[in-house]
Design a protein around this ligand. Sequence first.
Ligand code: 1PR
Length: 570
Amino acid sequence: MPTVHLLDYVAGNIRSLVNAIEKCGWEVEWIRSPQDVEKAEKIILPGVGHFGHCLNSLSCAGYLPAIQKHITAGKPFFGICVGLQALFSGSAEAPSVPGLGLIPASLTRFSGSNKDGSKKSVPCIGWNDASTLHHDRDQDHQGEGRSFYGLNPGSKYYYVHSYFAPYVAGELEEQGWTVATATYGEESYVGAIGKGNIFATQFHPEKSGAAGLRVIKAFLEGKMWSDPIRASLSCTATASNGIPPNDAGTNGLTRRIIACLDVRTNDQGDLVVTKGDQYDVREKTAGSQVRNLGKPVEMAQRYYNQGADEVTFLNITSFRDCPITDLPMLEILRRTSETVFVPLTIGGGIRDMVDPATGKTVSALDVAKLYFASGADKVSIGSDAVLAAEEYYSAGGNLSGRTSIETISAAYGAQAVVVSVDPKRVFVSSQSETAHHTIKTDEPDAQGRGHVWYACTIRGGRETRDLDVVQLVKAVEAMGAGEILLNAIDRDGSNRGYDLELIDMVKSAVTIPVIASSGAGNPVHFDEVFRKTKVDAALGAGMFHRGEYTVMQVKEHLGQAGLLVRPFEE
Ligand code: 1PR
């Protein structure tokens, strides 16, 4: 097998990249010291998270001069995400930290709003283009009408970032670069860039399904230009009138559909996918067995093949178990990441704990590291986030720097930290009855009480706290969480559709992306949540597990109704 060298400097989920390279028929050799760089022919520099953290780690380990030398010698180099950003002179994310300076420009942060006042979630998480190619035609005629490193105008690629390299027409092309751009709201930026032996993508090709694997393969095989791609794109990309949707509500991203697998050990000791009704996962029949809906790895693979944009695993009982001794869960992640090339999130039990085997304290960051090393792109924190938010308010709104959210976000970036919220409705007759954030609801309770606030719960909904959902999401955003997974215990498993009132309330409280969860029973519910709220993604569970609808059917429905969805590619 041919070999490519990968720089290992703790850059998040590197396992998925290795799996993607192997899927392309290549083998990875690790660069573990600057001396190894000299021996390498082709190098891939991955990177996620904070520009300053990544560049400082590379610099302290002595890699930067070695990479410069490799590039100057004309040897192939591929930078991914922060690996692309490293080519620039610097970033507003860490103004005092210099990049490699091969491109004399600096990265800037996405603005949280557009000129018309509409909001834009930051970080930018989702699927976007990298297809409008710009190159200096005087210097390079061979690119005319051809595919640049396997990029395809109809394909979508997975991006996750808060900082970007602004695209100014002509500037980079004049320096001989070929550029593929994406646009988020009104901001156009560099999605992929290349010149000579250098290639880099802001998106994650290893997380971009078949479209991303094609890009990795093109780099590995040295095919800078090739004939146009004839990818078989599914019909999901076009509306029923055949015209690609002009879906203004997304700022350019596709509507993100997530399949969620609640996982736990059943009474026979096997890890199974289960699904509750209002979080009760036991059958209502004699014996009250844990509902067993299938095997986690197989189901994740099925949803990937159906076009899921992301897969989430929630280890729903690990609040009482210790995830570091939960080797089967880690194995599930490892095996899933071998074949599922879209983002994987894992939640459950992420908190500081004591290892029962050694008696030693293990930090939430250590637990997260294990998950990232096993193939997770994001970790989702539930109970521990609620406790941290309570502490944050008792400390007068001051950050301690020690919470799971803060430590993981500082090391791996905000985009790697999801907070999973499990709120329950609490009815009151009027706002004055409570100090909590209330809304007037269209669905009063049996006693006619027409206002609700949403109480946060911990331990899988078993314990309700005196903290409301708005307090929670504001606190975790301040701590550095990058996304909210918004469940609703009252709607869970109900097939009644999402709680739109809850979603509106949370969306207007934060800038970070919000994923709607709980209650989806058919494709129309996805359409409804995207049209009636400003939510960033929608998650479904039971309707997929029970085989009532496929992810593909949801996307086809949305596409035909004129919403922008990622076309499925094989
Ligand atoms: O508290 O950090 O250990 O994390 C535990 C995680 O496990 C939390 O994310 C919590 O939401 C989840 N969890 C705990 N108990 C349950 C349970 O069901 N008994 N599942 C549970 C939460 C909610 C969604 C579900 C949607 C969609 N599941 O993930 O998939 O409600 O369902 P639907 O489309 O069928 O309506 P910690």
